[in-house]
Design a protein around this ligand. Structure first.
Ligand SMILES: [Zn+2]
Length: 421
């Protein structure tokens, strides 16, 4: 059973990691950035482009994307990932299987009205899981913003370095990813890298690993926040990094990128803009066809294409599998040694810890029986139940009962050999 502590009329839900161990939110290892509730509960769709795709039908709809629509899409994308990667892949079980020895509960955040489940497994596979990508990325994004603020307070100068490799160098994304990360390693290790750090006064880096897909195939690339103790111009930083990146690519077995395209340096305001939107990119549904034509689908757009019955759905299934295989286990963000300490940000949480974390102050609306949860999963109604919990909690009981009756009817029909849909 979940342990609950009473705080006035509310309850504080305790954080539960995937192994079932529990720590009180706010006790034990504190989240690196204090009050997460406000940030994590903010509607993620706020401010996104008006043109959107209905995740259930693939239709482009008008109007502002709501947090509920974004959540419904995440459940839909995980269902597609389950089908594409196979139900034994951990993402296929995310927000579907129960945690051992726990019941699934429906909660509602007291301050922001956001509903969520406890007692369900999360996969922490941010490359393939829309749920975990959203949750982990949001928390990491908040840390990026905090890192920039801390750097400013220390008088450091931040640049955004973008490192790319030539397009069209083959279809084997796993091989390309290995070589790209090899090139980055050479850019940060060794004598030349040390000399560059000393020359620039480079105190640390945060490396973000991203991938898009366009006319020339997969395009993995790196965005690196550089924390410098001297106010160098963009041109000076470029002049220092570009030859090192080119040489590192050569040694890693990649074609040598051009001076103009391989390495780009932007100043602090671009770095701040990048950090503030980081991780939201994969959530921005603009219509995969239009987006693809503009050059640059994200891997979650492959799943959107499958969901929308795109004529090329078979191709996108294959691409998603190749991508999942290539990125599995890769770090999405990497902080150079000592930088977190310098910026006083504390220990970095693992993907697993972030995916399982729940710190919201919340009220419990329902403690579901095993059958009730099975009924919800069977009807793929996980998002719908949370919508009702948020908008019409008084109708939650009736919805759960209706889903349960449908589940019992389904089981009865199956047991009697009556065709079921
Ligand atoms: Zn997941």
């Amino acid at each position: 059973m979940d342990k609950l502590t009473t705080v006035g009329a509310e309850r504080t839900h305790l954080r539960t990691d995937s192994s079932g161990a529990r720590t009180a939110a706010g006790g034990g290892r504190r989240p690196p950035l204090g009050n997460r509730t406000k940030t994590t509960s903010k509607p993620r769709g706020a401010g996104l482009p008006a043109e959107q795709v209905n995740p259930m039908t693939g239709e482009i709809i008008e109007g502002e994307r709501t947090a509920q629509l974004a959540r419904a899409e995440r459940f839909a994308l995980v269902a597609v990932a389950r089908e594409v990667l196979g139900k034994d892949h951990r993402t296929g079980k995310c927000m579907q299987r129960r945690l051992p020895k726990q019941t699934v509960k429906v909660w509602k955040d007291a301050e922001h009205g956001k509903a969520f489940y406890s007692g369900v497994r999360t996969c922490a596979r941010l490359w393939t899981c829309a749920h975990c990508a959203a949750k982990i990325s949001e928390r990491r994004r908040v840390e990026l913003v905090a890192a920039l603020a801390a750097a400013k307070a220390l008088g450091l100068h931040v640049k955004l370095l973008t490192l790319t490799i030539p397009h069209g160098i083959g279809d084997d994304v796993k091989v390309i990813v290995g070589k790209l990360l090899g090139a980055w390693k050479r850019t940060t290790n060794g004598r030349a890298a040390k000399e560059l750090r000393e020359l620039l006064g480079l105190k640390g880096t945060i490396r973000a690993f991203e991938v898009t897909y366009g006319a020339n195939g997969f395009h993995p690339h790196l965005h690196v926040l550089l924390f410098l103790d001297k106010p160098w111009s963009n041109a000076s930083v470029h002049a220092a990094f570009s030859p090192l990146w080119q040489n590192s690519c050569r040694l890693a077995g990649l074609p040598i990128p051009s001076d103009a395209h391989g390495c780009r340096v932007d100043d602090g305001s671009k770095a701040a803009a990048y950090a503030s939107k980081w991780g939201l990119e994969s959530e921005m549904t603009k219509g995969h066809v239009k987006r693809g034509k503009q050059g640059g689908m994200t891997p979650f757009d492959f799943l959107r294409a499958v969901l929308a019955d795109d004529p090329d759905a078979a191709k996108y299934r294959g691409l998603f599998r190749a991508y999942a295989d290539a990125f599995q286990g890769q770090r999405q963000l990497y902080w150079s040694n000592g930088l977190r300490k310098l910026l006083e940000l504390g220990k970095e949480a693992t993907d697993e810890e972030l995916a399982a974390e729940q710190t919201e102050k919340a009220t419990m609306l329902a403690d579901l029986s095993v059958d009730q949860w099975k009924a919800i999963v069977h009807a793929r109604a996980q998002a719908a139940v949370l919508d009702v919990a948020e908008d019409k909690p008084q109708e939650l009981r009736a919805l759960l009962d209706a889903l349960h009756r449908r589940w019992l009817d389904y089981r009865k029909r199956r047991a009697n050999g009556i065709p079921v849909t």
